[in-house]
Ligand binder design. Structure first.
Ligand code: GLU
Length: 479
């Protein structure tokens, strides 16, 4: 079978991580089968339409490397890909249903509808519109909603994730196909589009499962074969008791990008949120995901969102990129995450800094906090120095003495590389008779005044001879 999947977001605002997983699985399935993924913009709910939301969707997919084969920008044989531009197609299909006696214009006023609902409430009966069909309906024209005329019956179907499903006649109703503003409902438009675009697999959130019997009824009435249905489990809030929402930290995908999460990590994390290949493996590249993904291993229960795991994976990916391709491959990815002052330094120096710090980064934005002292002279903070837990035991004159000895030994270094510097630091331990924690913390703090730095010899090697000696001297004078 030629697999055709689709991602069909509504441009109603930001695209959060819960939504984007509905793009990842269709992408993986399409690629795995040398098929194609369509991007379709479902913009028929004009009240919820947000300007710029489509571009945000496109940017998000591009950032994640989820290229669509057909859709906005790239075009394709099933254009247009914005539902608002496909009105004639929906109206044509609607007319087929009217002709077949399976759809009717519904003049019932909203007030009347409310009365019916109220009546059912009082009788403690579920409200079904089909029990209140108007006796006669006018010819369908703009301004009047068009409803499906359902035939109550049972359905059995197979959901690729949820298994064999059954529904009774009570769930079928006369759903609206075309609203009074002339735009189709999601319920109708997606069926027409998936059918006319040749979609073979509908992969979407499990929230659509309860409406599936109505969709099956529509396929039947339209003489269409339903595509394979794949209901994706919810992504749950970290508490596990509800669907992940904005308030539980479901940031937009682009916010994660701006916070320094790599697209590889995001893709890896989201793909494994609700799917696994049965092994213990945690790091997957896009290529591996394409190879290993399977519908059968999508889990049926909700998957809990865990940002700590995402950040952990990001750290793993940072290291993986450097291990496999060298630090130069990471450099272009971190450009916008350097502290402002780094811009005054050349690329070679920044690369040296990156090569000694990358394995401590969890997010790329950690660079900003972690590397300031490589680019700006740190402010001397004597209190911070003398109160440090390793340095506390040393008197001020001892501190001054150690710093001066360090300056004199280091200034004689025959060369300024990490190995030579390590030898000199070891000699200094002998000269000063201090513990490594005391001596090295003192030198480290004196050159950085930062709570953390990479290994001392590496830090000094990158800082360079002049900067190191000047900083040590300045602190010795300030004590
Ligand atoms: N436009 C729908 C949404 O954003 C798409 C659901 C589907 O994939 O069919 O929820």
């Amino acid at each position: 079978m030629n697999v055709v999947t689709r991602f069909a977001p509504s441009p109603t605002g930001y695209i959060h991580i819960g939504n984007v997983r509905s793009a990842i699985y269709p992408y993986l399935l399409a690629k795995q089968n040398a098929g194609k993924m369509i991007l379709r913009i479902e913009d028929t709910d004009r009240g919820r339409y947000v300007d710029g939301a489509t571009e945000l969707i496109e940017d998000t997919l591009k950032w994640l490397g989820l290229d669509w084969d057909e859709g906005p920008i790239v075009g394709g044989p099933n254009a247009p890909y914005f539902q608002s531009e496909r009105m004639e197609i929906y109206h044509e299909w609607a007319k087929k249903l009217i002709k077949a006696g399976r759809a009717y214009a519904d003049p019932t006023s909203p007030e009347k509808l409310n009365e019916y609902r109220e009546e059912c409430n009082i009788k403690k009966q579920p409200f079904l519109y089909r029990n209140y069909r108007p006796e006669s309906s006018p010819e369908w024209s703009p301004g009047v909603p068009l409803r499906f005329k359902t035939i109550p019956k049972s359905y059995d179907w197979h959901d690729e994730v949820m298994g064999d499903m059954h529904s009774g006649p009570e769930v079928l109703d006369d759903i609206i196909l075309i609203k009074k503003d002339g735009y189709p409902t999601y319920n109708f438009a997606h069926i027409v589009d998936d059918a006319t675009m040749g979609v073979t697999h509908i992969m979407r959130g499990v929230e659509y499962l309860s409406s599936t019997p109505n969709y099956l009824a529509l396929y039947e009435a339209l003489g269409l074969k339903a595509p394979k249905l794949v209901s994706l489990p919810h992504i749950l809030a970290p508490t596990g008791n509800k669907k992940l929402g904005k308030r539980d930290g479901a940031k937009s995908v682009t916010e994660y990008r701006d916070d320094g999460i790599l697209p590889e990590a995001m893709l890896n994390y989201l793909a494994c949120l609700g799917w696994n290949d049965g092994s213990e493996q945690e790091i997957y590249s896009k290529e591996e995901l394409i190879k290993k993904f399977s519908l059968a291993r999508i889990q049926t229960s909700g998957a809990r969102y865990d940002e700590t795991k995402l950040v952990w994976l990001n750290g793993q990916w940072i290291r993986k990129i450097v291990d496999e391709q060298g630090v130069a491959a990471l450099a272009p990815r971190v450009q916008e995450f350097w502290p402002e002052s780094a811009k005054e330094f050349n690329e070679d120096y920044r690369l040296q800094v990156l090569s000694i710090i990358y394995d401590r980064l969890k997010t790329l934005s950690d660079l900003r906090q972690m590397t300031g002292y490589f680019f700006t002279e740190p402010k001397i903070d004597v209190d911070m120095l003398i109160n440090n837990k390793f340095i506390r035991k040393l008197s001020e004159s001892e501190i001054e003495g150690i710093l001066k000895t360090a300056v004199s030994e280091l200034s004689q270094a025959p060369s300024w590389d990490a190995e030579t510097l390590q030898q000199i630091l070891n000699q200094l331990l002998d000269f000063t008779q201090k513990k490594p924690a005391e001596l090295f913390s003192l030198i480290r703090l004196a050159v950085s005044f930062a709570p953390f730095s990479p290994a001392l010899n590496l830090t000094l090697a990158v800082l360079g001879r002049d900067r190191t000696l000047a900083r040590l001297n300045a602190v010795a004078r300030a004590i």
